[in-house]
Design a protein around this ligand. Structure first.
Ligand code: NAD
Ligand code: GLY
Length: 360
């Protein structure tokens, strides 16, 4: 079973990637040496119905008593209020500082359960068990945990690294098409920002990936996890290099917010990645052929490349709101060529607007 190490000194951990890992999770967790015979699974009803029993059985067989805590499905529940309810449940369950918390689900569960594990009793061992493509390639790795607050996403949170990540690629077989595409947008992002060979691989294997071929899925999870692990190991606290993971996200976040989150994250960053490629091309940093190559892989993945009916001015306004957070400048990640990007805050709003209005 392939493993990827996230090298963070004493906080280092392994990402286990492969088929049917859930059924083998008990022994892996036992080997981490957690000092408790109880394990808490935090999940939602959708994922619990699909995978709760397999995970709980493996834990039981390894000698863990299991308590499953569920929260309703959806981003709307990634809140302090839900965290508060989970704290109460942990108290009722007599959870201790050594009791492992297992986040079983997509990024919403990973962020929420991670936040709860980081804060209850000043920190409990956290194991991320991601079941969406997005969570396997991105959110379960790197220790960002958070809840939303007011209208703002991920406003209250911290860095809290898991003890392990168990990415069972068989779980991706039940993923709705929309969620697969959301994750694929992040996978394409890695290929563009970090690794030229990965982009070739995606171009050659996209049809198998879309058909949920498990070998192809395991390969993209492995390659993406390696890239994320390398970036996080160099910049755990997101002070420099880690910003490259935001390729497509500056424009993407503004599109999501302007659409009241009706446009999915993956779709929004897909448009953002194409916009950034076009900006790079117009600035003479990247050739037209590469810009078209980026647009083509995004289209083939079934993701949009241009803005639906949203007023460009609203997008620019939403980015200007983010700008306040970034000391008055809009930061963009621009690609020079596949595997080679840089960060700049010198792109004019008018150029961003121009590429967003571009027709084809
Ligand atoms: P999600 O967690 O909402 O999951 C999407 C849907 O898929 C849900 O309805 C879920 O119940 C369902 N689902 C999960 N696994 C399934 C499976 N195997 N089969 C069928 N259905 C399944 O969405 P997501 O895209 O995984 O995560 C989005 C969240 O991740 C956002 O809150 C975002 O802020 C966060 N995020 C965090 C980081 C980070 O570094 N911490 C990075 C990126 C995104
Ligand atoms: N998802 C971006 C990061 O983890 O930094």
């Amino acid at each position: 079973m392939p493993e990827v190490k996230v090298n963070l000194g004493k906080s280092s951990y392994e990402i286990h990637i492969g088929s049917e890992i859930l059924a083998r999770s008990g022994p892996i967790i036992k080997e981490l040496g957690v000092g408790s015979n109880m394990a808490i699974i935090i999940t939602n009803p959708t994922v619990k119905d699909l995978y709760g029993v397999t995970l709980a059985q493996s834990l039981n067989q390894t000698g863990f008593k299991v308590r499953i805590l569920t929260v309703p499905d959806g981003e709307a529940h990634k809140t302090l209020e839900t965290a508060g309810r989970l704290y109460q449940e942990l108290t009722k369950s007599h959870a201790e500082r050594v009791t492992p918390v297992l986040a079983l689900g997509g990024g919403v569960i990973g962020d929420l359960a991670g936040f709860v594990a980081a804060t209850y009793l000043r920190g409990m061992p956290l194991i991320q068990i991601p079941t969406t493509l997005l969570a396997q390639v991105d959110s379960s790795i790197g220790g960002k945990v958070a809840v939303d607050h007011g209208q703002l996403k991920n406003m209250v949170g911290t860095f809290y690294q898991p003890k392990a990540v168990l990415a069972d690629t068989s779980t991706l077989k039940t993923l709705p098409d929309k969620e697969l595409k959301n994750g694929l947008a992040e996978v394409i992002k890695y290929a563009i920002i970090y690794n030229h060979g990965f982009l070739d691989f995606l171009e050659n294997n996209l049809d198998s990936i879309k058909a949920l071929d498990e070998r192809a899925l395991a390969e993209i999870v492995l390659r993406s996890a390696k890239i994320k692990a390398e970036v996080v190991a160099q910049d755990e606290l997101d002070l420099g290099l880690r910003h490259i993971l935001n390729y497509g996200h500056t424009v993407g976040h503004a599109i999501e917010a302007t659409s009241d989150f009706n446009i999915a994250h993956g779709q929004a960053i897909a448009i953002g990645m194409v916009a950034a490629a076009r900006i790079a091309n117009k600035l003479g940093i990247m050739n037209s052929q590469t810009s078209l190559r980026i647009k083509k892989i995004i289209t083939r993945a079934g993701l949009p490349t241009k803005l639906p009916d949203i007023d460009t001015a609203s997008i620019i306004q939403a980015m200007s709101h983010d700008k306040k957070i970034a000391q008055g400048k809009i930061k963009l990640v621009l690609p020079k060529s596949p595997g080679n990007v840089f960060i700049t805050d010198e792109v004019s709003l008018s150029l961003i607007k121009e590429v967003l209005q571009q027709e084809a």
